[in-house]
Write a protein that binds this ligand. Structure first.
Ligand code: SAM
Length: 368
């Protein structure tokens, strides 16, 4: 069904929001004040989802996407505007999410760190395949596999590897003994491109996908660690200790579920413990490690966040909390549960994922 729309604003997922009669309609790849015709693709209660079919009034913020695959590929969300505008939308999204959480009377100003380049930053990508259909690519806007031979986001070495997989459909050899549908992951390790097939995401140990922005994150962390005087740091969801690499504390407890054989720590004060942090007995397990109260708590969970964060803060009574998150929704949900004795002092938006709706947030809370 086709409908006329006018976009009022963008939501936190980079979708244009239009009110059509009493119905709220989300239309990706549109911009505020744009008008046109959309096609409804699905509905849930009084909310509908649509795709843009014709634009009658263009925003001045609209630019021609540099990626030839943009219309079809579902990987990027902001390439129809320039990078500075993308950053402004991301900043508004973060602010809106925190304001809506009703936890803070006032928010600290958001410090935004943008990338020096919008493209060629990803050192890890996942491609989906379907052997019968002989298709390899990314999921498109309609959730089908679309061949994307020239994605702009990967670093050069990964792009070259993608090209060679497409040459004469050579990827079919990689999946010969595998199931009919699945995924191939390409990632950089020790400056070489590695390949896994149907393994879970970063099965050989998590690494951040954007080197430049990870260095910027580490500068913020370095500054934070200079100012914290706690004897030890608890680095939850710590992977190989990337977040606490520059800490000056005597002891750093790096805790993660990854098998220790994949963990190469980066600072002599770090000690690794393999623990499932979503386990119901996790607090006891942490206490058994000898973790004291009144230390610094650092956490960097997966997108699902840590919804029982209050159990950790009540038991560990940290003097400060530094929460790194790739999902501002779960971040805001979680820190809403931290009691009022902690004050939100700093908020950083670090643009690890230019072109897409995603970004990292760092929230620093100190005990009053
Ligand atoms: C966003 S990554 C952060 C890793 C690390 N802080 C870094 O900067 O490289 C999230 C981490 O959570 C870990 N993780 C996922 N589920 C977990 C669980 N149930 N218990 C403990 N760690 C988990 C993953 O192994 C991964 O290392």
């Amino acid at each position: 069904m086709k409908k006329n729309f006018k976009i009022e604003h963008l939501d936190s997922l980079a979708q244009g929001v239009s009110k059509i009669n009493a119905e709220i309609v989300f239309i990706p790849r549109t911009l505020p004040n744009e008008e046109g015709i959309c096609e409804i693709t699905g509905s849930k209660g009084r909310v509908s989802f649509a795709k843009l079919t014709h634009l009658e009034k263009h925003s001045d913020l609209r630019t021609k996407p540099e990626c030839r695959h943009y219309e079809k590929c579902g990987g990027c969300d902001y390439l129809h505007t320039n990078y500075q505008t993308e950053i402004e939308f991301k900043k508004s999204a973060l602010k809106e999410i925190f304001i809506r959480s009703h936890r803070f009377e006032s928010l600290p100003p958001i410090t935004c760190l943008s990338a020096s380049s919008r493209y060629q930053y990803r050192n890890r990508v996942q491609l989906h395949y379907d052997k019968k259909a002989k298709k390899l690519g990314f999921k498109s806007t309609d959730n089908k596999i679309t061949e994307i031979q020239d994605c702009l986001l990967p670093i050069d070495k990964i792009s070259q590897e993608i090209k060679s997989l497409y040459t004469d459909n050579s990827w079919l050899k990689n999946v010969k003994s595998q199931r009919n549908k699945g995924h191939i992951e390409l990632y950089l390790k020790d400056e070489k491109v590695q390949t896994t097939v149907n393994a879970h995401y970063s099965s050989g140990g998590f690494t951040q996908v954007n080197k430049e922005m990870n260095e910027k994150l580490q500068e913020i962390l370095s500054d934070y660690f200079q100012k914290t005087d706690s004897e030890s740091i608890i680095d939850l969801f710590g992977g190989a200790g990337n977040i606490t690499k520059h800490s000056k504390a005597d002891k750093v407890f790096v805790i993660d579920s990854t098998d220790s054989k994949y963990i190469k720590l980066q600072n002599p004060s770090q000690k690794y413990f393999q623990i499932n942090l979503y386990d119901k007995d996790v607090i006891n397990k942490l206490q058994e490690l000898g973790i004291q109260k009144n230390q610094s708590l650092v956490l960097d969970p997966p997108r699902s966040g840590l919804k029982d964060i209050d159990a950790f803060t009540q038991e560990l009574e940290p003097k400060s909390i530094l929460y790194v998150s790739c999902n501002p929704q779960t971040l805001a949900r979680d820190i809403k549960k931290v009691d009022d004795s902690y004050k939100l002092e700093k908020l950083y938006l670090i643009d690890f994922f230019p072109g897409t709706k995603h970004f990292e947030t760092v929230a620093i809370m100190n005990r009053r």
